[in-house]
Design a protein around this ligand. Structure first.
Ligand code: ADE
Length: 234
């Protein structure tokens, strides 16, 4: 069983329209729709924004539906000058940028001894990259797709100093609010995961306005990548 997660209503709309829902169940206030997407069995949920919502939904997908792979899709702010709105970032690593035990001598984002970044499933990363290349890339000549580190925190980044710090401290290319929570729960349960993000804003200045204007378009891109990935996942 494959788990599909996004944070917001707009991001889940196309999934809801296209999944033939067999069962819809709510646990801990989060609704899970199980059914077929292009003939493939999936469970899909809108988890809400932030790390706690994402962690709860991921654990519930694992416990209640036995998912073996989790794909999280959504938007992200870019942390590097070469990525622009509409570009795609696929996580090879995720980390929590707001996890701070530096008072105890840990590095920023270091959750356990040595544990700072969590690796996404390499197979899912390759499947996501190929799905993009095979389905969308030809008609998006001006857009880029990169595999890179995504950092997560319970704040919307709209500040150029913070942006620079995130890039230099973590070597990250994009910031969002759920990925590392999904990653940590999946790692603890030995479940494969990948985070796929469409760049919506520059993580500084008017990032919030840029984000809202781009939500629908980005959600369609995410949906198309996931739909192309599904047949490749074992
Ligand atoms: N999701 C999209 N843009 C973001 C940003 N700038 N910060 C955090 N999450 C985001």
């Amino acid at each position: 069983m494959i788990g599909l997660l996004s944070a917001m209503d707009e991001e889940t709309e196309l999934f809801r329209q296209n999944i033939q829902i067999e069962v819809s169940t709510t646990y801990a206030g989060i609704t899970f729709n199980k059914g077929l997407l292009n003939g493939i069995e999936v469970v899909h949920s809108k988890c809400g924004v932030g790390k706690i919502n994402a962690a709860a939904a991921t654990q519930l997908m694992i416990d209640k539906f036995g998912v073996k792979s989790v794909i999280f899709t959504g938007l992200a702010g870019t942390l590097v000058p070469y990525l622009k709105r509409g570009d795609i970032v696929i996580s090879n690593f995720v980390g929590q940028h707001d996890f701070d035990l530096t008072a105890f001598g840990k590095r920023p984002g270091q959750v356990t001894d040595g544990g700072r970044l969590i690796e996404a499933d390499p197979k899912l990363v390759q499947i996501a990259a190929k799905a993009y290349e095979d389905t969308l890339a030809q008609n998006r000549k001006d857009a880029q797709m990169v595999v890179g580190t995504i950092v997560t925190g319970d704040s919307f980044v709209a500040n150029s100093d913070r942006l620079k710090w995130l890039q230099r401290e973590f070597g990250a290319v994009a910031a969002e609010m759920e990925g590392a929570a999904v990653g940590q729960v999946c790692q603890a349960n030995k479940v494969a995961f990948v985070i796929i993000r469409v760049i919506s804003d520059g993580a500084s200045g008017d990032a919030a306005g840029q984000f809202i204007m781009f939500l629908d378009e980005a959600s369609e891109l995410s949906y198309k990548i996931v739909a192309a990935m599904l047949p490749q996942i074992k």
